[in-house]
Write a protein that binds this ligand. Sequence first.
Ligand code: URA
Length: 476
Amino acid sequence: MRVVRLASEIDFAGWRLAARALRSLQAAPDDVIWTVDGEGDLFGDEATPPQAGPPAFTVPKGFLDLAQEVALHRSGERFTLLYRLLWRLGRQPELLGLASDPDVARARDMAKAVSRASHKMKAFVRFRLVEDAAEETYVAWFEPAHRVTEATAPFFQRRFTNMCWSILTPDVCAHWDREKLTFSSGADPADAPGEDALEEYWRTYYASIFNPARLKTAAMQREMPKRYWRNLPEARLIPELVATAEARAEEMVRQQPSEPTRRVVRQAQRLSRDGSFEEGAPATLEEVTAGADFCRRCELWRDATQAVAGDGPGRARLMLVGEQPGDQEDLAGKPFVGPAGRVLDEALEAAGAPRAQIYVTNAVKHFRHELHGKRRIHKTPTAGHVSACRWWLDAERRIVQPRVIVALGATAALGVFGKAMAVGQSRGQALQLPDQAQGVVTYHPSFLLRMPDAQAKSEVYAAFVEDLKFAWKLAS
Ligand code: URA
């Protein structure tokens, strides 16, 4: 029997080194015990370290990706399972394609759980200001379902580059001082700072962007499990929000996004940029919402909190397409909920077009921005971003089948029509689109927000309302 002692619970590099040597030595999986004690040699006293040499075998690339995720699972069997898979791959190189094989199925389930845990961490970590720190410092306490802190920390580094922060978890703590990402040993829950002004701010903000879909208790517990609630300042708002939003919640419960299927994730991550309609494209809006979050067709996912897909009825006569989510949309996960959304809502009301009956989305699903100090400043997406993201917009168009699609501004027009258009010259008229829908171009609400001259602004606003009225009539 050989005993392998790895340097830490997530020592994938150590596992890989040992597993490679063991397989070269023909050590059967049942003859190997994998342990972790955080210290000591890779091979315990009972074992003779195998000679390290070049591997006499290769494994499919998919195996290493899978193994890296599985290694972060909390299950005590993870390293044994991985070595068994590695061993079996020697005799069955196609093994990973056998979805019904118990080892393969277990490893895939574990990898999925790890990826979900990382996703939850990105969504539910809440930083609190540390009051007496010498430098403005933010701290969050989080208990990830699996050991994903080190792997997920670079996301926070990119997302909060200009902040000094620490994420404390029982496994390990991650620290960013605006220059270096470091890790220290796990923390006690008592180390997490208490309530403060930031929390109050967050609560106010959360209430203002509150989305009643979150009130679907079962979905909420699935998506935002109770174990995370006590660390979420907004959680205490929930009873009150539940009481005031029951009716709307009913409607939104039906629209709750589901986990993306593996097929959609695979498609979402494919680097195809040709914009063609690919086999395996999402077939439902739930798949669009869940799948877009995994999209890697361009680089914008890196700095965004999440993808923001469209919102509205699954079949709508009218679809409005904006440019890209803004700062508030990026945080809320819904399109047009910030200042531009308020202009849009007002104009829709003036046009007699009820937003609840309209599908609202964007040409680009991730927030492109630049950091100016602590502020995230909108940056117009390029034609390349629009083209990469058209895959999602096309899926929404195909599923919703609107009679009329309104492009709000030039970037949206590029996404909808596939070519550059001058808004001032093309606005306010019906233009034929290839998918049977009619297209209408109009101003983007943010254009109005930026206009300094009151007279010009009121003229553009009136034209904007007229265009929306025209589109709504055309769709009716
Ligand atoms: N601007 C857009 O184009 N879309 C949004 O969702 C918000 C602001």
